[in-house]
Design a protein around this ligand. Structure first.
Ligand code: ZN
Length: 137
């Protein structure tokens, strides 16, 4: 059985990059104290979400890139509405409000972009497993 198609929907829903079913995070994004709790393994297929210690440190680079893009877009937005003087407090306030989103999606970018490229053998092994008899196809 081939794995479910990877794409934007499992990414946005914070699902496993391999089976697109298991949740990556333990709690809701609105749980302010526990929004960052990440499962060690996929509850559905058992894929390890942290293949090596410190794997998610790389998410800092994605987070940085996202914040720079948001600052640029918001600067254009404030400027186009002729309210650039409010950008000094408006942009940091919006970024602070978006921190749970930035945290989660920078980790999801690590799982959907870096993980399949770096640990390609894990994805190929899991995809070719036939769950009916447990053998590889
Ligand atoms: Zn999974």
């Amino acid at each position: 059985m081939p794995a479910k198609r990877r794409g934007l929907i499992p990414f946005l829903a914070c699902k496993c990059p391999l089976c697109s079913t298991g949740n990556v995070f333990q709690n809701s994004i609105f749980s302010l104290r526990k929004f960052a709790d990440t499962n060690y393994n996929c509850p559905h297929c058992g894929l390890s979400f942290e293949p090596e210690p410190g794997f998610f440190f790389g998410a800092m680079y994605f987070s940085y890139a996202l914040i720079v893009a948001i600052i640029f877009l918001l600067s254009v937005l404030f400027y186009s509405f002729n309210a650039f003087e409010h950008a000094v407090w408006g942009i940091p306030a919006i970024i602070v409000l978006m921190l749970p989103l930035l945290f989660r999606y920078s980790r999801m970018m690590m799982l959907f972009i870096v993980y399949p490229l770096t640990y390609r053998n894990i994805f190929l092994d899991k995809k070719t497993e036939d769950p009916m008899d447990g053998s590889s196809v």
